[in-house]
Design a binder for this molecule. Sequence first.
Ligand SMILES: NC(=O)c1ccc[n+]([C@@H]2O[C@H](COP(=O)([O-])OP(=O)(O)OC[C@H]3O[C@@H](n4cnc5c(N)ncnc54)[C@H](OP(=O)(O)O)[C@@H]3O)[C@@H](O)[C@H]2O)c1
Length: 257
Amino acid sequence: MADHSIKGKVVLIAGGAKNLGGLIARDLARQGAKAVAIHYNSASSKAAADETVAAIEAAGTQAAAFQGDLTTAGAVEKLFADTVAAVGKPDIAINTVGKVLKKPFVEITEAEYDEMSAVNSKSAFFFLKEAGKHVNDHGKIVTLVTSLLGAFTPFYAAYEGTKAPVEHFTRAASKEFGARGISVNAIGPGPMDTPFFYPAEGADAVAYHKSAAALSSFSRTGLTDIEDVVPFIRHLVSDGWWITGQTILINGGYTTK
Ligand SMILES: NC(=O)c1ccc[n+]([C@@H]2O[C@H](COP(=O)([O-])OP(=O)(O)OC[C@H]3O[C@@H](n4cnc5c(N)ncnc54)[C@H](OP(=O)(O)O)[C@@H]3O)[C@@H](O)[C@H]2O)c1
């Protein structure tokens, strides 16, 4: 019988310095993970990475932090190699990397499309590939997508369209890695109260999103609170192992599919 508890496990979180990824890192450390390795991209995220490392260590868990732009296969390979060298082979690999663009279709440039594709699709593809090579048997893999995959809405063509392939990567990976007892899922939160959300939206859109979910009146911010997403991820990377190959929208009743 495989051990699905978080206790004693090695965790890697891409984008694990802050916001949703930072809270997942702290939570899994508190659940008794043996080690949590986090990744960050921008130099401006270094301070948050340092704080998250300190919080992981304060929970009695080994920590490591690695910087990298994960839009090349080589960078993702290096992240996994560095993680294995520092804390051992991961049992749990979580990818929270993403970038949003809200813009009329006819104004999206080729450079913007290429960047969205690289950050949202390509990095996720190679994260899943490396996770498939390095995650231990009976491991768990989660990638972040968006609840907009269940929406029928203008202006997010590049964001939704470059997150959408991850759903199919997840399905294929779950079938292939399932032979080793590994589960693979995609999580699509609703609009979350993080600095990721606000710059792309005007005041009217923020007000709309704060009231658009069935349960909006009862969340802390009206949006999807990261504290309400973390328990599902905790479940998927532990006792929820029987769920695999799925895209799960966690949004208080914002969109559905
Ligand atoms: N906030 C929302 O409304 C919302 C809603 C649904 C889904 N999501 C998804 O949830 C995930 C987490 O979002 P969040 O709200 O917690 O915001 P966040 O902290 O800004 O997460 C995005 C992450 O992607 C990383 N990243 C961006 N470009 C990268 C690159 N080229 N290489 C490697 N990493 C890169 C960022 O690192 P740096 O900041 O260090 O560059 C950051 O850690 C994202 O995948 C997002 O698409 C967010």
